[in-house]
Ligand binder design. Structure first.
Ligand code: ATP
Length: 256
């Protein structure tokens, strides 16, 4: 049997927050959180501010390490030191992708840097891969010669997707990436994501507090509250019959 794409087992993370002049207070950002994600599926992690969503994303992309628990990618436990290796499998899309682009660098150059740093593709194949990736996200070959300021907001979202997809990842983490967009742009990007998922079997981990979007695109969902996993399961089942009061309130206030 093929191993699960992603398996998170009993992940915990705490921080020390300064309190007073010399004191510290322990903040439990995540407590024993477990879930799985299959190839080609979408899992939404939902919760309000402070629920631990960003902490979870940081652990998954290796910029923080857990106090306890394990992250398995295709059946293998991953360590923070493997970051460069699994960078090719898990890619992360920021909330505001435009701000993470260098204004003085052409998009083609930026994409080539990603290939140079993180892939084993021979240099002579880089340009063809850049063109292919731009087309996959609905951009054109000539956009490789554009600087970030020459793109519209919607095109910049596509550039961010191109940067993630050029390494042929299996999993994209979308951390509030769709939340701030206006509804018509969001619809365009969601359609593109669904199309890419169908064509390439990509999996998405959607970190969001946008429940209508979750109901539209997520196969499974997990409700986080103060670092604890509450309802977890098929999206339709959780929406129809949430087991925890917190999830009930979250769902009914978002959908009313
Ligand atoms: N570096 C840190 N130092 C101290 N406390 C932290 C740190 N990072 C997060 N926390 C705390 O951990 C808890 C979870 O934070 P986290 O950012 O993961 O929540 P979130 O659900 O992503 O919220 P938001 O939507 O605002 O980003 C919060 O109480 C937060 O204050």
């Amino acid at each position: 049997m093929k191993p699960l794409l992603l398996e998170v087992r009993q992940l915990s993370k705490s921080y020390q927050r300064a309190q007073g002049v010399f004191g510290h207070k322990k903040v439990q950002a995540l407590s024993h959180v477990s879930f799985t994600l299959e190839a080609g599926q979408t899992l939404a992690i939902v919760g309000e501010t402070g629920s631990g969503k960003s902490t979870l994303a940081k652990l998954l992309i290796g910029i923080e390490s857990p106090d306890q628990g394990e992250i398995l990618l295709e059946g293998q436990a991953i360590q923070i030191t493997d970051f460069k290796d699994y960078n090719q499998v898990i890619r992360y899309i920021f909330q505001d992708p435009a701000r993470s682009l260098n204004p003085h660098q052409k998009i083609g150059q930026m994409l080539q840097d990603v290939l140079r740093y993180s892939s084993s593709l021979p240099a002579e194949e880089h340009q063809a891969k850049i063109r292919l990736t731009l087309r996959q996200v609905g951009l054109m070959d000539e956009h490789a010669d554009y600087y970030p300021h020459m793109f519209s907001g919607g095109q910049l979202q596509r550039v961010a997707l191109a940067r993630a997809l050029i390494l042929d990842p299996k999993l994209l983490i979308l951390d509030e990436a769709l939340t701030a967009m206006d509804p018509s742009l969001r619809a365009q990007i969601v359609n593109l994501l669904l199309e890419l998922q169908k064509q390439q079997g990509l999996a998405y981990l959607l970190i969001t507090n946008h429940l209508r979007l979750v109901r539209h695109i997520a196969d499974k969902m997990l409700v986080l509250h103060q670092g604890n996993a509450l309802d977890y399961g098929d999206t339709a089942a959780v929406f129809a019959d949430p087991q925890f009061d917190y999830s009930k309130k979250l769902i009914s206030s978002a959908m009313s």
